[in-house]
Design a protein around this ligand. Structure first.
Ligand code: SAM
Length: 381
């Protein structure tokens, strides 16, 4: 029996003395059973052996490996709160370290502990269906796989993917419940209406507020925002087809509404120059990456008033519940550094799981029963 197979067996039963000996012997901690793809960390998590999990993580066993079914150690440990918490925390810390390295100027002296995995070493998409884990590359983004968006259009960066999307012809379904791209992938769908109502409630918090929505799509969140009679309502929309659709629905002339054509990357600096201050902001774009989301978040403290509320479509890694937990926590930690207190409110969304909802859509982009609605409040400074 190889040392690696021995390690799998020892982890399954939590035999710490054997695990320790094998680690000292230089066993390959990244080894996955060819039969099912299980790693030592998955075995230890599955068997609820917290100390073994600690030893493996410290020895460099990657936290984000997936077995042949796409399950991670996090899913194997989901029945054990302590193990799940340890794995989520490890994933977040790993991403934070790598994120910091990414943000350093080239040639910076950041040191990567060898134990840390490399999920952040690629740019990651954040919207509907977008896999955040570099290991879940088979998953689709709402509308298009990252690779199809990138390779088909020769795109290799976030800006390229966005440009590829923005130059596509879009299509609104006749019943008005779907916005599809040129490949028939969903950019936005009507089943999300109850979620958009909840997002609007959060960012409006009563009447007479100054609010902004980034990404018009089907106009669901904007309709819900109007129900709160905001004092001012800015809408930023980058795609010409969507912008024209919004105009055709009368959004260009609604009292108190300012519909702006352009990417938020260009529009928000202009708004800041004008001295715009807001009580609520919602962000829900498409074909953008985690690095874009970070860039957007960095602007928020300049835009929002004290105690202002921010929310976003939480499509972080929607193909894998463990990665979804890690990236939701990562956003929370990063926003706290900007002065936000974030909580996630669970919302049941059974309707999204009905097969009929997805008829006419190339790829299903949502797989969970629960949506974790982000509420991010800017704390008084
Ligand atoms: C998922 S849809 C938004 C759905 C919307 N929340 C609703 O309630 O219907 C995403 C929208 O963001 C727009 N978008 C994508 N990138 C953008 C950017 N950089 N700036 C502004 N809008 C963008 C897309 O064209 C699309 O209309």
């Amino acid at each position: 029996m190889s040392k690696e197979s021995e390690l799998l067996d020892a982890c399954a039963i939590g035999k710490l003395s054997d695990i320790s000996r094998l680690l000292d012997d230089g066993v390959d901690v990244s080894y996955q059973d060819p039969k099912d793809g299980m790693s030592a960390l998955m075995k230890a998590a599955d068997g609820s052996h917290l100390e073994a999990v600690e030893m493996l993580l410290s020895a460099g066993c990657p936290w984000n490996l997936q077995d042949h079914e796409g399950y991670t150690a996090g899913e194997y440990g989901m029945h054990d709160a302590a193990i799940l918490e340890r794995l989520v925390d490890w994933g977040v810390q790993a991403e934070l370290v790598l994120g910091n390295v990414e943000n350093q100027p080239a040639g910076g002296s950041g040191v990567l502990p060898s134990a840390l995995p490399s999920a952040s070493q690629q740019q990651q998409q954040v919207q509907r269906g977008a896999p955040l884990s570099s290991l879940s590359s088979a998953s689709v983004q709402r509308g298009a796989t990252l690779s199809s968006l990138s390779s088909a259009e020769g795109a290799s960066t976030s800006g390229d993917a966005s440009q590829a999307y923005l130059s596509q012809k879009l299509h609104y379904s006749e019943d008005g419940t779907k916005l599809l791209d040129a490949d028939g992938e969903a950019v936005m769908m009507g089943w999300e209406a109850p979620l958009m109502i909840r997002h609007a409630e959060l960012i409006c918090r009563g009447e007479g507020k100054d609010v902004m929505n980034v990404g018009f799509g089907l106009g669901l969140v904007d309709k819900a925002i109007q129900a709160h009679s905001p004092r001012s309502h800015i809408i930023i929309e980058a795609h010409p087809d969507v912008y024209n659709h919004a105009l055709s629905l009368g959004w260009g002339t609604k009292p108190g509404v300012r519909l702006i054509k352009g990417r938020w990357q260009q529009v928000i600096p202009q708004l800041l120059d004008e001295g715009v201050k807001l009580d609520g902001v919602f962000w829900d774009t498409y074909a953008e990456y985690y690095s874009d989301m970070r860039e957007f978040h960095d602007m928020l403290p300049l835009l929002l008033r004290n105690q202002g509320v921010y929310s976003f479509f939480n499509g972080l890694a929607p193909d894998n519940i463990f990665f979804h937990m890690v990236y939701s926590r990562l956003v929370k930690v990063e926003l706290s550094k900007l002065g936000f207190k974030t909580s996630y409110l669970p919302v049941n969304i059974q309707e999204a799981l009905e097969p009929s909802v997805w008829e006419g859509v190339k790829n299903k982009y949502w797989h969970f029963k629960t949506y974790f609605l982000p509420e991010c409040c800017l704390e008084p400074s």
